[in-house]
Design a protein around this ligand. Structure first.
Ligand SMILES: NC(=O)c1ccc[n+]([C@@H]2O[C@H](COP(=O)([O-])OP(=O)(O)OC[C@H]3O[C@@H](n4cnc5c(N)ncnc54)[C@H](OP(=O)(O)O)[C@@H]3O)[C@@H](O)[C@H]2O)c1
Length: 307
């Protein structure tokens, strides 16, 4: 299904908040590639973080007043994990509703947090709470959560998550690793988000897309194939042992999220609770999402060119 506008049709105006962030930069470019009239709402002083190609092509506002007028979809790529950010997103949702926007895409971009139990992952708890409050406040605005699993880029799957140590060529397993898990690059997540932002038709509340869905063994095999070297698997315990390890870390360092939050995400992937529902990929055949092997081969080629 195409969301390209027909000849003579005016371009839709999309308001993006969070364009100065990692994912936001990708979404801005994906929207510009689709011929969108892109409006950015940035915090005073942050516009210098925009890449020049985005900054020259978009309308940039620092004031919320008037920012939502004439907007088809509001996309948020804000960072997550605080009351202040939840309040900011709810404020944007209310403004979208008041301005008669068609759709609001919050900064959900995650595994399927709706499938996780309360307390299983504090970040998922926060996202579910936002989704619940957004449902109460949305009026006629369609709220669409773009869910694309774990970003398979180097800094996330291969660093943040703690699933691999590529310096040692090791992968770390808890449990039996038999559940499928979803992996998508930042760029592909952004491309699908642009499609969701521009869609004429109604979309489901959970807009699930993925570059690839793999079990742990498949993930390790694809990683080894992409790197062209073997990866050693170390089994660290059962899923119950993982629960204990997370509880131990939480008790030892409650304020140090980086000690326990990555393991909460890894648990939600390994235990299958964060598995995405039916994927929307087939609706957007022009997007050919990157898988783990292809991503790693591309990285290796880029590194070889720059060295
Ligand atoms: N699925 C995955 O594996 C995965 C991995 C990484 C991230 N994510 C998700 O992707 C989304 C974007 O993350 P990211 O890493 O791209 O974020 P990021 O690079 O940290 O960017 C955060 C953006 O939020 C803005 N922001 C922060 N605090 C704000 C506030 N109080 N008011 C208004 N704007 C504020 C920042 O603006 P300034 O420039 O003004 O500070 C920036 O534009 C989040 O939902 C994150 O959880 C998912």
């Amino acid at each position: 299904m195409s969301t390209e506008r027909g000849f003579g049709e005016p371009a839709k105006t999309i308001l993006l908040v969070g364009a100065t962030g990692n994912l936001g930069g990708f979404i801005a470019r994906a929207l510009l590639d689709k011929g969108t009239k892109l409006r950015l709402l940035v915090r005073p002083g942050s516009r210098v973080k925009l890449s020049p190609d985005v900054a020259t092509a978009a309308e940039i506002l620092e004031d919320e007043a008037g920012a939502f007028e004439g907007v088809y979809t509001v996309v948020s790529a804000l960072s997550t994990g605080s009351e202040a950010l939840m309040d900011a997103q709810l404020r944007f949702l209310r403004a979208a509703r008041a301005a008669g926007a068609r759709r609001f895409i919050p900064s959900s971009f995650s595994l399927n947090f709706f499938g996780l139990a309360e307390g299983e992952n504090v970040n998922s708890d926060w996202r579910r709470e936002f989704a619940r409050r957004a449902d109460e406040e949305r009026g006629a605005v369609e709220v669409v959560h773009v869910l694309s699993g774990c970003f398979l880029d180097m800094g996330v799957l291969f660093r943040f998550l703690g699933a691999f140590d590529l310096d040692k060529d090791e992968a770390y397993l808890w449990g039996d690793g038999k559940h499928k898990m979803d992996f998508t690059t930042y760029a592909d997540t952004a491309a699908y988000t642009a499609e969701a932002a521009l869609a004429d038709e109604s979309l489901p509340c959970e807009f699930c897309v993925a570059g690839e869905s793999l079990t742990f063994d498949e993930l390790v095999n694809e990683t080894a194939a992409g790197l062209e070297r073997p990866i050693t698997v170390k089994t660290l315990g059962t899923l119950a042992d993982l629960d204990d390890e997370i509880a131990r870390r939480l008790q030892a360092e409650p304020d140090n999220m980086s000690s326990w939050l990555p393991l909460m995400f890894w648990r939600g992937m390994l235990n299958g609770n964060g598995k995405l529902g039916p994927l929307m990929n087939a609706r957007y055949p022009a997007i050919h999402p990157t898988g783990v092997r292809q991503y790693l081969k591309r990285m290796a080629a880029a590194n070889a060119r720059s060295s």
